[in-house]
Design a protein around this ligand. Structure first.
Ligand code: G6P
Length: 368
């Protein structure tokens, strides 16, 4: 492509390091402290239509689908609007009942994923307002949707999505704020959400200092053939995304799971050669995830923890710990995914894989 690599060995690494900037670009001009809400220029819906939304349907594929899952938790919590998440490839042929006044979002970095486009068209045909959340300006989905929100992340070249994902998460948080302020969120709550979001670029900059630790962990576990990624609540999708990154670029089998579901199957996989990555920053589910972690330790499984910088307990239980800066709980997925991107990148490098162009995968999948 015509995008310069600069000092970076791979586009993926370059794009990981661009995240403080791409996150800032996603928020630029969209956080309004005077009204304590988010502002989007291209929704193309009247205030009446927007206020009338009483359900949201998010549809996507791959990493974008993980962003949708975080979106579900965020929007439901902030706006108390029921949110449904559907794989586009399922939605397009399933014909589920979608109630009136459901706003449909297609989330796609490229704006060209065939299934996502088709699912959006199908919803449009049924009379729903459709919006696109995408990165590529003028892409097919941007042209077909009624309106949308651009990520402004700049071109993403690496096949494994990194900066587009964190930008999608930022957009999800802004949508939670926006619909929250149309409904029950107070000025003060909206204001505090904006302040927390404005601290994100610095938090992500700090999280980028975890690369060396991630490289050491990669060296230690590079020959493992199975990994588990575990998290709960906002970091359940982070577990899915961490596992997907590893699969995509290092060709290692990995499963992402909600940590409490371990006991319903995946715990049978645990042995001394199967590392578990726990995404467990401080928060309401911390103690619960800690007891899930101890179930793994008791069965001889190595544990890598992604934990808060001020967590003094975790060193007693995990074999390896990567510390990430503290942010509001709803923003944790944006910070906690960074070390997982590094772990996947360095394991792939050590195993001699083509990080930017993994076998069998394409940057945008324009066939169904
Ligand atoms: C492909 C890419 C993934 C991406 C998915 C969805 O599978 O390899 O990285 O998450 O498509 O792409 P989209 O452009 O729709 O976000």
């Amino acid at each position: 492509g015509d995008v310069e690599l600069g000092d970076f060995e791979h586009y993926m690494l370059k794009e990981i390091f661009e995240q403080p900037q791409s996150i800032e670009n996603a928020m630029r001009g969209r956080l309004n402290l005077d009204n304590a809400t988010a502002v989007f220029g291209g929704l193309n819906l009247t205030p009446q239509e927007l206020r009338g939304v009483d359900r949201i349907l998010l549809t996507a594929c791959g990493t974008s689908w993980h962003a949708a899952m975080v979106g579900e938790y965020l929007i439901e919590e902030m706006a108390r609007i029921p949110v449904e998440v559907e794989y586009a490839s399922e939605l397009r042929y399933r014909n589920p009942p979608v109630p009136r006044r459901t706003l449909v979002f297609g989330i796609t970095q490229s704006g060209e994923t065939a299934d996502t486009l088709a699912a959006l068209r199908e919803m449009k045909r049924k009379g729903h307002p459709t919006l696109a959340i995408c990165n590529v300006v003028g892409s097919s989905i941007a042209q077909e949707a009624d309106g949308g929100i651009y990520l402004h992340a700049g071109p993403e070249i690496g096949v494994a999505s990194t900066k587009a994902y964190t930008s999608q998460l930022v957009v999800m948080a802004m949508l939670g704020l926006y619909f929250g302020r149309l409904n029950h969120l107070s000025f003060d709550q909206g204001y505090r959400i904006i302040r927390a979001m404005q601290a994100l670029p610095d938090a992500v900059r700090k999280a980028l200092t975890t690369q060396d630790q991630a490289r050491k962990i990669a060296e230690k576990y590079q020959t493992s053939n199975n990994f588990l990624y575990l998290g709960r609540y906002f970091n359940f999708p982070t577990a899915l995304e961490g596992a997907l990154k590893l699969k995509e670029i290092s060709y290692i089998h990995a499963e992402g799971y909600p940590a409490a579901e371990l006991k319903h199957g995946p715990i049978a996989l645990v042995d001394e050669n199967t590392p578990s990555v726990f995404i467990m920053p401080q928060g309401v589910v911390y103690d619960k995830v800690m007891s899930n972690l101890q179930e793994i330790k008791a069965r001889g499984g190595p544990v890598i923890a992604i934990a808060s910088e001020d967590d003094h307990e975790i060193d007693n239980y995990a074999d390896d710990v990567i510390r990430i800066p503290t942010v509001e709980e709803f923003l944790q997925p944006i910070v906690s995914v960074i070390p997982l991107q590094f772990i996947a990148y360095h394991i792939a490098l050590l195993r001699g894989c083509d990080v930017d162009k993994p076998r069998n995968l394409a940057k945008s999948v324009t066939v169904e």
